[in-house]
Design a protein around this ligand. Structure first.
Ligand SMILES: NC(=O)c1ccc[n+]([C@@H]2O[C@H](COP(=O)([O-])OP(=O)(O)OC[C@H]3O[C@@H](n4cnc5c(N)ncnc54)[C@H](OP(=O)(O)O)[C@@H]3O)[C@@H](O)[C@H]2O)c1
Length: 447
């Protein structure tokens, strides 16, 4: 028979939660807020034993207290008055999961200045106003955590800030928007066009009625600005990110890419080169054997290349109620630990001022699809335009698509952006070229 006393000692933590609870105010009870309430209830025992404190949910601020909710919260805890959280001295931690910039930013600043720790999932606020948020945190001697603001449940923020902090990061390449990844996956697997895939994403609740923030790459650009600021310890804003969305992608490009052993992804890339940091979000063909090519559906991934760690990939769910709540609750527990320790967590880590570079000066291989007149001499004209612009062709594939029309798919050798832009302008001017249907970059060879 087992020694029950020894067994009990092994499973019982040395310290049990103190009776003094930490009060937490919640701003927002939508997708993420409901997940937070659910997780705090379902894993209460483990969470409280791990932080050694009871966590007590205080007021919950919503727009409409009478709305039906997916989680049970006593009606008298719901309020439309943010002051119930922000002005209550017994609330030590504010969880902001209401979204949007205003009034979320003002609420976050108010909470921090009055010394309350803030946990937020708000990428818009952190990407655009991070500097003000950190200044308020310093002024109030309070902590701010935002793990859920990038890639939902994937623990990338703290990994970059702490676990990988001893590295010089050379490059980050991520799939940071689950909606566009879902759309590209549908197009690849089912051969549907962009509109059909967007409609399917909307039907399943993955895309908004107006999907432009995702499809045009704005969402990924904000997340990339946050990640790059941490990875390179210098503040970058969404406006520093070169951005192209997936609006011009056709299932024909995806099919051609497949034949060449590539998968098309909306990549968010941050690279540290000699002159500075270049940030870009655009569709890119990724070799099928690369780990990023196997990131499908709504999943997110971040591929980190550091001088010490080498290559590391973080993969998981970038959105959803419980995956995002996983990150929020992890931050909340860290905030409780800092309250108990009496110290302060890592604040702003932007200690350098590194220039943000434009795309000029960068070089890539390009995939170009042209619709041309099917007649003798056209290929020579196209080769002439490319040659004069200094673009070398690696391969050409020609296929007839109608009576007197042909489709040409060219892949170039690595070429500077300016040269490629000049070549595309020249091709558009050719009478024999009916349309430059697509021009996408191929992911860097050393990714
Ligand atoms: N959804 C995800 O998977 C996900 C993933 C990562 C990060 N995030 C981020 O998490 C945040 C919340 O997203 P969500 O999807 O949970 O949003 P949501 O479902 O729209 O919920 C927003 C909540 O905030 C409340 N609210 C909004 N504006 C308010 C105001 N002015 N005053 C009082 N209450 C207000 C709403 O009240 P009512 O319920 O009464 O309308 C609702 O409960 C956003 O910053 C988002 O970018 C979301």
């Amino acid at each position: 028979m087992q020694d029950m006393t020894a067994l009990r000692a092994a499973v019982t933590p040395a310290s049990v939660p103190s009776p003094e609870p930490v009060r937490v105010g919640l701003l927002g009870l939508g997708t993420v807020g409901s997940g937070v309430v659910r997780l705090l209830a379902e894993n209460r025992d483990a969470i409280e034993r791990r932080v050694g404190r009871r966590i007590e949910l205080g007021p919950v601020v919503v727009r409409d207290p009478n709305r039906a909710r997916s989680v049970q919260v006593p009606r008298d805890m719901l309020t439309t008055d943010a002051g119930a959280v922000l002005d209550d001295p017994s609330v030590r931690i504010v969880v902001e999961v209401m979204g949007g910039v205003h009034p979320a930013l003002e609420y976050i600043l108010r909470a921090l200045r009055s010394g309350k720790a803030v946990v937020t999932a708000n990428k818009d606020v952190i990407a655009e106003h991070g500097q003000r948020v950190f200044a308020a945190a310093d002024a109030g001697g309070a902590d701010v955590f935002f793990e859920a603001a990038v890639a939902g449940g994937i623990p990338i923020i703290r990994s970059l800030k702490e676990s990988l902090a001893g590295n010089r990061i050379r490059r980050l390449a991520g799939i940071l928007n689950g909606t566009t990844n879902y759309i590209l996956t549908r197009m690849e697997r089912e051969g549907v066009n962009l509109d059909q895939a967007v409609a399917e994403a909307q039907r399943l609740g993955y895309a908004e009625a107006d999907p432009s923030a995702d499809v045009e790459g704005w969402d990924a650009a904000r997340k990339l600005a946050i990640l790059a600021s941490i990875a390179f310890s210098s503040r970058f804003l969404p406006r520093h990110v070169y951005r192209e969305g997936i609006g011009a992608v056709s299932h024909r490009d995806i099919a051609h890419g497949e034949r060449m052993g590539w998968s098309l992804k909306l990549l968010a890339i941050a690279e540290h080169v000699e002159e500075g940091v270049r940030l870009r979000v655009h569709p890119a063909f990724v070799p099928r054997q690369h780990p990023l090519a196997s990131v499908h559906d709504t999943f997110n991934a971040i591929y980190v290349q550091g001088d010490a760690v080498g290559d590391a990939m973080f993969y998981g769910r970038g959105a959803g109620s419980l995956p995002t709540a996983s990150a929020v609750v992890g931050d909340l527990m860290e905030a409780v630990r800092f309250i108990d320790r009496g110290g302060k967590g890592l604040s702003c880590t932007c200690v350098y001022r590194i220039p943000a570079l434009s795309m000029a000066g960068s070089a890539s291989r390009f995939y170009v699809r042209l619709e041309v007149k099917d007649r003798p001499g056209v290929l020579a004209q196209i080769a002439g335009v490319l040659g004069r612009a200094g673009v070398n062709i690696e391969s050409v594939l020609q296929s007839p698509v109608g009576e007197d029309q042909a489709e040409l798919v060219l892949v170039t050798h690595r070429v500077a952006e300016e040269r490629m832009a000049r070549a595309l302008r020249g091709l558009r001017r050719l009478e024999s070229v009916e349309r430059v249907a697509a021009a996408f970059r191929v992911a860097p060879e050393d990714l």
